[in-house]
Design a protein around this ligand. Structure first.
Ligand code: ADP
Ligand code: MG
Length: 613
């Protein structure tokens, strides 16, 4: 049921294709310039951080140009993910690698020759197989895309000898443009890629490595497990990675977390490869929320909705730290990067220097010193990272790290917290934060009316704060363990600690709540988002999970978290309103529009909220 792009002399309108297939309305920085370049027939080298949106830089040209785009990608799992995502968006794409049987391969090839695919994903080994390039020469190839292009360089952390042979491909296809893409920040590797592939210098596109949606924080490594547990409880239902420095640590922590009721898997190189992929798959499909892993985990996954990356132990160098934390928030929603740091950890890292040569030791020492300088610094963490990668960083305060957001003073939140907690109690500990806030603010939506909650003593007693500020307060109470999330709908319930505030007269001090006019970014955190209806968001996530399981797909292939969040802000009630949501292209509207609309409509009926037509 896929429609192929129109065959016209002039290249089709890229914005129209972007909306039709991907459901996006605008390009990210540099995407458009890159697309224009390759479509004009020139080469391009693209440097963008993880989550920057590299795939679109060749997927859209593939749709605009006549013929087939060949994408070389090093990891089978990533290839499959991309082909699944394209297929779901109505883009005809397929892949060939060692996981595909011979019969299936020949079927795919003959469909390719019939013009049935716009994109073909290949493992580099396949391209180099005897006779394969000759076969490819018979196809109308429009573009070669080399993803994860750092694999071509011996200086990189992930050198793949087969990538070296891509040079020969250039010679066989002198007229076909090549686009090379990577997130590798090191200059030496970048230059190597450009040189090896013969890409002209003028066609280099570099995006900033500052990931504005990531919140960086360093915490003292004291009572670490207690801190961790409190944090994780405030993040129920969300995906995250906890990195540990050894296999043993991952297993100990996995056990502890499991016994505390968390859905978690350990992951390290000591497991069999079947076990590793089983665990990775469970994480990708949202069957487990947490991975406690060594740095062996992460390379092969493109899961966009990882909401936090926690380093339980000190990483060995800042570059690795940046790459690992970079796996959070690919979908550009706010995500946390926490590092637990103690000086003792530095000494543990140094302990393993024994047995290294003097030169290796000096390098490792310099790297760990750098890491320690980062951890102990009081400067903006984004600035520190940007400068480490040679970028000039001028922003005064990023608003997205502990050092820039450290509250000048805390405010006495005792009374506000008492109001909030008693509202939870009086409404029977059966509702989510949005509902509680609505009651406090005296909202007259029909759900509150029909529950009789307009007559609660806490109804309308919270007018001193806006809804957004109350949600922020809720978030801080959750983070401090003063209230707990329960059940799949994230109902709020009181905790033993809430008693202290509610009945024992304990004073509570919190970070100042942002003023309405303050700098709250569009992609606000999951709970405290301006108008994200948290209950609806949870319902949509559950629906997505069910649909994904039916097709054995990762949930994010159906809709991203960003798309579901927008749905729970806009609450579309018609096909046309649904189509306006970012991430809802034509095919997804056709496939899933109705089920999601039905879910939103039935929610609106019981909650008495309004939607958009
Ligand atoms: P990278 O390969 O650079 O790590 P991806 O290509 O996987 O990044 O893209 C990361 C996320 O950003 C994906 O979820 C993708 O759908 C989204 N994205 C890419 N371009 C856009 C755009 N122009 N508008 C909205 N979202 C986008
Ligand atoms: Mg990518």
């Amino acid at each position: 049921m896929t429609s192929s792009p129109p065959r016209t002399a002039a290249p089709p309108d890229k914005l129209a294709l972007l909306t039709k297939y991907f459901g996006f309305t605008s390009f990210r920085p540099i995407q458009e310039a890159v697309i224009d370049t390759v479509v004009s027939g020139a080469d391009a080298f693209v440097l963008m951080p993880t989550g920057g949106g590299k795939s679109l830089c060749y997927q859209l040209p593939a749709l605009m140009m006549e013929g087939i785009t060949i994408v070389v990608s090093p990891l089978i799992a990533l290839m499959k993910d991309q082909v699944d995502a394209l297929t779901e968006s109505g883009v005809p794409a397929t892949l060939l690698n060692s996981s595909i049987t011979n019969t299936e391969s020949s079927e795919r090839l003959s469909k390719l020759f019939r013009g049935g695919y716009k994109l073909l994903y290949l493992a580099p080994e396949r391209l180099m197989m005897d006779g394969f390039l000759e076969l490819v020469q018979k196809l109308p190839i429009s573009l070669f895309a080399i993803d994860e292009a750092h694999c071509i360089s011996e200086w990189g952390h992930d050198f793949r000898p087969e990538y070296r042979k891509l040079k020969d491909v250039r010679k066989l296809f002198p007229k076909v443009p090549v686009i090379a893409l990577t997130a590798t920040a090191t200059e030496r590797v970048q230059e190597d890629i450009v040189k090896q592939l013969g890409i002209q210098r003028g066609k280099m596109f570099k995006a900033s490595f500052v990931r504005k949606n990531l919140y960086y924080e360093v915490r003292p490594k004291q009572e670490t497990y207690k801190q961790l547990k409190t944090y994780l409880k405030s993040r129920k239902g969300e995906s995250g990675i906890i990195y540990c420095s050894s296999r043993k640590n991952t297993e100990t922590l996995e056990e502890k977390l499991q016994s505390d009721g968390f859905k978690v898997h350990a992951y390290h190189a000591g497991l069999t490869s079947e076990e590793r992929s089983r665990r990775q798959d469970a994480f990708i499909k949202d069957n487990v929320q947490l991975m406690v892993a060594t740095i062996a985990f992460g390379m092969g996954i493109d899961k966009p909705n990882i909401r936090f990356v926690i380093h339980h132990d000190l990483p060995k160098n800042l570059e690795g730290y940046y790459q690992e934390t970079g796996r959070a928030g690919r979908d550009s929603l706010e995500s946390d990067c926490l590092l637990f740091y103690s000086y003792g950890d530095k000494m543990k890292v140094e302990y393993f220097f024994d047995g290294k040569t003097a030169e290796q030791k000096a390098l490792a020492q310099e790297q760990v010193n750098q890491m320690v300088r980062y951890a102990e610094s009081t400067q903006c963490r984004h600035k520190l990272l940007a400068e480490y990668f040679g970028e000039v960083y001028t922003a005064e305060a990023c608003g997205m790290c502990d050092n820039c957001t450290k509250p000048k003073e805390e405010f006495d939140a005792t009374v506000a917290a008492q109001k909030f907690l008693s509202c939870i109690k009086r409404s029977g500990e059966r509702f989510g934060a949005t509902y509680i806030v609505d009651v406090l603010c005296g909202s007259d939506n029909s759900r509150i009316v029909s529950n009789g909650h307009t007559s609660l003593s806490t109804y309308g007693i919270g007018k001193e704060f806006s809804k957004r500020q109350w949600l922020e307060l809720a978030r801080q109470l959750l983070a401090g363990g003063y209230v707990e999330h329960v059940g799949e709908y994230n109902v709020l319930q009181l905790s033993p600690k809430s008693r202290e505030v509610l009945y024992d007269g304990k004073k509570l001090f919190l970070k100042p709540l942002k003023k309405e006019s303050g700098t709250v970014s569009k992609s606000a955190p999951t709970l405290g988002g301006a108008a994200v209806d948290e209950t609806l968001f949870t319902r949509l996530r559950l629906l997505r999970k069910r649909l994904a399981d039916e097709q054995n797909l990762p949930p994010y292939i159906i809709f991203s978290d960003a798309t579901l969040r927008e749905m729970s802000i806009q609450k579309p009630l018609s096909q046309s309103a649904m189509h306006k949501i970012s991430g809802v292209g034509e095919r997804k509207l056709q496939m899933y529009g109705k089920v999601f609309l039905d879910e939103i409509i039935s929610y609106i009926k019981v909650s008495g909220r309004s939607g958009s037509l």
